[in-house]
Design a protein around this ligand. Structure first.
Ligand SMILES: Cc1cc2nc3c(=O)[nH]c(=O)nc-3n(C[C@H](O)[C@H](O)[C@H](O)COP(=O)(O)OP(=O)(O)OC[C@H]3O[C@@H](n4cnc5c(N)ncnc54)[C@H](O)[C@@H]3O)c2cc1C
Length: 382
């Protein structure tokens, strides 16, 4: 049986471990912290309908398709609350026709509703809103989704090693022979040999690849989120305009989360939330839902998107939303990195990564993750 080491226990690594285990590989997943302790545990938790990305119809279609697959394979993980895109200004209103046309082109079912209906659905929206469109958004608890992928991987034999940090690689003869690991619970250092290595460390992908002398063109791009002390709606609130700062409010249990901002850093381990970003989010959030200005802030958090830098265009480009880098071009034939994408496209990213590993290993088993039900998250600890 061919052995694969997957590095990174965010949603991407978890989904890859599942995909490859299902295809008959012996998988070990190494994560330096707890499950989802990187970016995946700190997202909005928005099951995108794809409408946010309609300017790129292919990406929008991809999101909507994954939205539907995830609801089918794990219906218990997603709140079927839907979302609303609302126009507040004349500028927002001008975006509406383009938005509706593109949603239709992407095949996403949306429905324009009157101001009165929007306010009946969500009384805390700005009563001056100029237009509203209902879309098939949803919400999820990121940790539960990650644990479901990990539980599913475990069911097919994967060895999931949390708190196991990759510290280096043994490279020779044009291959990575082994990964050097520190078990942070026992403080034991060890080496693990494998046939293939998959670097799914998101914003850290270049830091990890550089331990093997390789390069990943990832641009860590942090975003701030502000959690309010109280839930101000049920459906996801989106601003009807091109994606920008403070244009989403997602409700989870007893809180509503306003997001997000975006900038680029060189080291994802050195990121804090700037005070002015918090102020901007509260101001922009109050434009969509004036009640925001009267709410207490419960928490502020920040995490970094693993955005694709320019050079990735020369890598193995799988889709406009994510990239798989085959490091053969740098002289190492069994090491692959994956960056970009979104939380909700992790299953698809894993399928494409699995295809690449299978091609190198001469394995013909197809991906089955779109059909099989996910194992519920509580089995992870069983
Ligand atoms: C502010 C914000 C909001 C977002 N909201 C949404 C949303 O609502 N919906 C959506 O679909 N997407 C959202 N996204 C995008 C989504 O969160 C990311 O694309 C996704 O979580 C990336 O997952 P990942 O597994 O690739 O990376 P990560 O989750 O960062 O996983 C990488 C893992 O690698 C580990 N690691 C690093 N170095 C090592 C090492 N040396 N050894 C072992 N492990 C290591 C890290 O600890 C980490 O857990 C959002 C992103 C941001 C920034």
């Amino acid at each position: 049986m061919r052995r694969v080491v997957v590095i990174g226990g965010g949603v991407t690594g978890a989904a890859i471990a599942y995909d490859l285990s299902l295809r008959g590989f012996r998988v070990t997943l190494l994560e330096r912290g707890s499950a989802g302790s990187g970016t995946s545990g700190r997202t909005h938790g928005l099951l995108h309908s794809g409408c946010r990305y309609v300017a790129d119809v292919e990406v929008a279609r991809e999101c909507y398709s994954e939205n539907q697959i995830l609801r089918r394979i794990a219906p218990y993980l997603f709140e079927k609350n839907g979302g609303l895109f609302v126009a507040i200004t004349e500028d927002d209103l001008r975006y509406k026709e383009f938005f509706l046309e593109k949603c239709e082109e992407a095949g996403i079912p949306v429905r324009e509703v009157s101001r009165e209906e929007a306010l009946r659905l969500e009384p805390n929206l700005n009563p001056q809103l100029k237009a509203a469109v209902v879309v098939p958004d949803g919400t999820f608890d990121p940790l539960k989704v990650i644990l479901s992928f990990l539980a599913s991987a475990k069911k097919y034999g994967a060895d999931i090693r949390l708190y196991n940090e990759v510290r280096g690689f043994r490279v020779g003869g044009g291959e990575v022979k082994a990964v050097k690991v520190l078990d942070k619970v026992s403080l034991r250092e060890y080496e693990l040999e494998a046939d293939f290595f998959v670097n799914a460390t998101g914003a850290w992908a270049n830091k990890v690849a550089s331990l093997a002398g390789l390069h990943v063109p990832v641009k860590p791009s942090p975003g701030v989120m502000v959690a309010l002390d109280g839930r101000i709606g049920n459906m996801v609130f989106n601003r009807l305009n091109k994606p920008g700062d403070g244009d989403i409010i997602v409700h989870h249990r007893g809180t509503s989360v306003i997001g997000t901002t975006s900038w680029v850093v060189s080291d994802p381990d050195e990121v804090t939330a700037p005070k002015e970003h918090v102020e901007l989010l509260l101001r922009r959030g109050a434009e969509m839902a004036p009640i925001v200005s009267r709410m207490r802030v419960k928490a502020v958090y920040v995490s970094s998107r693993p955005l694709i830098g320019q050079a990735a265009q020369t890598g193995r480009e799988i889709s406009r939303s994510f990239a798989i880098i085959d490091h053969s071009s740098e002289g190492v034939s069994n090491f692959f990195s994956i960056i970009g994408g979104k939380f909700i496209t992790a299953r698809l990213m894993a399928e494409k990564m699995g295809d690449v590993v299978c091609e190198h290993a001469g394995v013909t088993a197809p991906s089955r993750t779109a059909e099989l039900p996910l194992v519920p998250y509580w089995h992870f600890y069983g």
